[in-house]
Design a protein around this ligand. Structure first.
Ligand code: ATP
Ligand code: LTN
Length: 340
């Protein structure tokens, strides 16, 4: 290489998950799988969004435990802490600081249109707090602090990445190019894994139906049982065919199978041609068991090593703070705050 040309900087990827429940097959296929598959190619920042999780009441001890277990889950999915910056959101104060600034550049009307806010207000009618409403402004701060190119998330978070882009463009329009405008990065299959018991609802870690949701740490026999019980459709043809409107249950299982095996829908239809749902459901269960097995085993090993996990999140907070504070200082200057 010519000595005068610098090697091209890697593109940046960033994402987070709230430790508001245990990680699910949905979190894995919709988000984390994409993170780990791209970990070598990008400069990556992944965090546990604990600040976001208190928009819904949490039991403090559970929140602490799940935050650490989530970190073990990230590493077990293949995110090497030497190559990726893994951190806890509340350890980097710049998130809350930029979050406040961006609250002042995010419009009431925009926030009112957010599907997640509407859903969560319906589910938590007794606690529709201001944080739940301004959640997307904090999420925009999480993202914009690190100037990422891509934000790998599931389909349900696309709207939040879009509002982040709108806020960044608004801010840049007033103050010049402060923020890079990020793109959502959504997988082709697995972007919206549906509940196994109610396939018209998203599989969610805070689901109250234990059969609807597969957790990343579920034992193989539990996964097998959940897939055997999975709701299929009441159509008469009983064949494995991808038709999300007509056959949401079977189509969801096909998407899960496709995401776990890499097979396309035509190959899956051919594989189960004439076999019916009785053969298909356990096959999907087995594919999920084999996908999650190494992750679960590694996460269980890591969870016991508290000192190692602590060293990872401490180093992560340091690296993340360095980058985040650079952006925050620039923003403070632009809006007219006096430097200390
Ligand atoms: P909660 O129930 O607490 O709202 P959740 O299970 O919906 O949580 P999040 O923590 O909001 O999950 O999401 C973590 C990441 O995983 C996000 O990028 C989200 O888009 C993705 N994700 C979550 N559930 C699914 C799903 N069912 N299908 C695909 N992606 C998902
Ligand atoms: N809202 C996201 C979690 C989240 C996030 C982020 C995702 C918080 N901050 C920044 C990507 C980038 C969710 O999964 N519910």
């Amino acid at each position: 290489m010519d000595q005068t040309t610098k090697p091209e900087a890697k593109k940046v990827m960033l994402s987070g998950i709230q430790p508001s429940g245990d990680l699910t097959l949905g979190s894995y296929l919709g988000a984390i799988k994409n993170w780990s598959e791209r970990a070598e190619e990008f400069d990556c920042y992944y965090f546990m969004a604990d600040l976001h999780s208190i928009t819904v009441r949490q039991v403090p001890a559970d929140l602490r435990r799940r935050t650490i277990e989530q970190l073990a889950g990230y590493i077990a999915c293949g995110l090497d802490p030497e190559k990726n910056t893994l951190f806890i959101q509340s350890h980097v104060p710049a998130h809350a600081q930029l979050g406040w600034v961006l609250d002042c550049y995010t419009m009431f009307g925009e926030l009112s249109r957010m599907t997640q806010f509407k859903d969560k207000s319906r589910k938590n009618a007794e606690n529709i707090n201001a944080g739940l409403f301004t959640y997307p402004a904090l999420m925009a701060a999480d993202i914009l602090l690190y100037q990422p190119d891509y934000v790998p998330v599931g389909e349900d978070q696309k709207q939040h990445v879009e509002i982040c882009r709108d806020v960044a463009e608004r801010f840049n329009g007033i103050y010049g190019d402060v923020f890079k405008i990020p793109e959502p990065y959504i997988p082709k299959v697995g972007a919206r894994v549906m509940s196994l018991s109610t396939p018209t609802n998203k599989m969610s870690k805070s689901d109250t139906d234990p059969n609807g949701c597969v957790y990343m740490m579920d034992a193989p026999e539990v996964i097998a049982r959940k897939f055997k019980k999975a709701v299929t459709d009441s159509d008469t043809e009983r064949c494995v065919r991808y038709a999300p409107e007509e056959k949401p249950g079977v189509s969801n299982l096909m998407s899960i199978y496709a995401a776990c095996t890499g097979k396309d829908f035509a190959a899956i239809e051919a594989e189960f041609d004439g076999l019916g749902y009785g053969a298909f459901k356990p096959a999907v269960g087995d594919a999920v068991i084999e996908t999650l097995r190494p992750i679960r085993e590694e996460a269980q090993r890591l969870i016991k090593d508290k000192a190692y996990l602590e060293s990872v999140y401490r180093a992560g907070a340091e690296k993340a703070s360095y980058i985040a504070e650079k952006t925050l200082r620039k923003v403070y200057k632009k809006v007219g705050f006096v430097a200390r």
